[in-house]
Design a protein around this ligand. Structure first.
Ligand code: PFF
Length: 469
């Protein structure tokens, strides 16, 4: 059955508009803030290797599945899944999967915005030359001062949510294209400058080895599923913006003619390159200045300013860096809000402006939990062999990246490859009944579900029950 729907929310002006917007969604704090600190917490090279495998074997196929669904349904993720399930003769309960994505989106945005607030704060801290000749102790002190002040965190969080609301309420297409077209390449170039600086530090090779050479001895001490695979897979979902409908809604604005496969590879390559560059820029600095790789969420905010304080034109580069990071976070935050907003417009008959204000308010309120997690409500616990110190923020992060997104991805994979008719997916992917199509189908049918199910079985202690470590 050939489906020709159009979205009431509009369409991208070209294939490149989609690629830019989706890359804008994918590239964000996940690449530059989260990837390095998780790599540091999880021991370096082995984590990076497993992460890359997760991107290729699980991430890209699931991203293709999401875009395929979005473009076929052309509505909010909840209604897209509902419509396709009805057309394919499947249970109407599948739309709950869309709801799970919306909930995950709210939780992620709630803390994402607080961290994006840190980048806003750091624009001014670097801009005023605060870090000139700073050492590690001083840099740490500045960071601790910021996160222990809930009022400051709340103010920056509020500003960032408002910025997000403004863009989403105008419709994600206007402005986004232009912003991403110039800012992404600028961020990329600036990361290269940072890599250049990292190369001049004493411990450059140590940083590179840490990042790219798996330490098998250390690996042997760890539980592979819980300590490496789970956080790596979670990071792949988080970084590629998959498993919650963000890429699906962007796919719903994509023209019928555009190649889903080409688009996905382009987005994933751009996303991964930025993360790896961030790693190369950061770890040599971490080692040179005697910082702890497992320093947690503060890692880049403590390490990079030291480098800016040392390098020529550091105040300029530092300020520019945090401005660009703020833009990268902004283009990601927009995509976190979009699925909920489109649903409110479709089902509650709200104007886009009202819908965005309401959704933004929900995310903002939830963000108060994260604001307090770094000070008054802070508590620590151990997860996947790592000491987490920021209570509910860490729980939100683990719940979304390591549970909700992979679970969403698993269900999406099952839905598209086991339940939808083959003819529908052949038609939508536009690869014909080719080898490429079969490779995709194999990945979403077997590899992605296998990976996610192994992790969940491990989490509930299944392998221990069988007598494995
Ligand atoms: N991919 C974004 C990043 O790496 O910063 C974060 C994100 C956006 C996660 C959208 C999930 C999502 F749906």
């Amino acid at each position: 059955m050939s489906v020709k729907r159009s979205s009431i929310h509009g369409q991208w002006s070209s294939r490149w508009a989609f690629i830019l917007a989706a890359t804008g969604s994918a590239v964000g704090l996940g690449n530059i803030w989260r990837f390095p600190y998780l790599t540091g917490e999880n021991g370096g090279g082995a984590f990076v290797l497993v992460y890359l495998l997760c991107v290729v074997l699980v991430g890209i196929p699931i991203m293709m599945a999401e875009i395929l669904l979005g473009r076929r349904g052309r509505q909010s993720p909840i209604n897209t899944i509902r419509t396709i399930a009805a057309e394919e003769g499947l249970s109407r309960h599948w739309h709950l999967l869309g709801w799970m994505g919306v909930i995950a989106g709210f939780i992620i945005l709630s803390y994402y915005s607080v961290i994006a607030g840190w980048t806003l704060a750091y624009i001014f801290r670097t801009g005023t030359g605060l870090f000139v000749d700073a050492d590690a102790v001083y840099s740490k002190q500045i960071f601790t001062e910021l996160i222990s002040d809930p009022e400051k965190l709340l103010a920056w969080h509020t500003i960032f949510i408002l910025m997000t609301i403004v863009i989403v309420s105008r419709g994600v297409k206007s402005g986004l294209e232009q912003a991403v077209k110039f800012l992404m390449p600028a961020l990329f170039i600036l990361l290269l400058v940072m890599v250049g600086y990292a190369m001049s530090t004493e411990k450059f090779m140590e940083g590179i080895t840490y990042l790219f050479v798996p330490d098998f001895e250390r690996l042997a001490e760890k539980n592979f599923f819980a300590d490496i695979f789970l956080p790596a897979l979670g990071q792949a979902f988080f970084s590629l913006s998959i498993g919650m409908g963000a890429i699906m809604i962007y796919g719903s604005y994509l023209s019928q003619k555009s190649s889903i496969t080409f688009n996905c590879f382009t987005i994933a390559i751009a996303d991964t390159t930025v993360a790896i560059l961030a790693g190369i820029a950061i770890f040599p600095i971490v080692f040179t200045y005697g910082l702890e790789p497992a320093g947690g969420p503060g890692l880049i905010f403590v390490s990079l300013p030291i480098a800016f304080g040392q390098m020529p034109f550091g105040t300029f580069f530092g300020t520019l860096f945090f401005i660009l990071l703020m833009f990268a976070a902004w283009t990601s935050a927009i995509s976190l809000l979009e699925p909920a907003v489109t649903w409110l417009v479709e089902n509650r008959n709200m104007t886009r402006v009202k819908a965005t204000a309401l959704a933004g308010l929900i995310a903002w309120s939830l963000g108060l939990v994260t604001v307090l997690s770094f000070n008054h409500w802070a508590f620590s616990f151990t997860f996947a062999g790592v000491m987490k110190e920021n209570g509910l923020f860490d729980i939100f992060d683990i719940l979304t990246s390591n549970i909700l997104l992979p679970l969403g991805g698993l269900l999406l994979a099952i839905f598209t490859s086991w339940l939808m008719s083959k003819s529908s997916t052949v038609e939508e992917l536009g690869l014909g009944d080719s080898r490429a199509y079969h490779a995709w189908r194999f990945a979403v049918r077997y590899i992605a579900p296998f990976g996610v199910i192994m992790i969940f079985l491990n989490a509930i202690g299944f392998f221990k029950l069988l007598g494995f470590n």
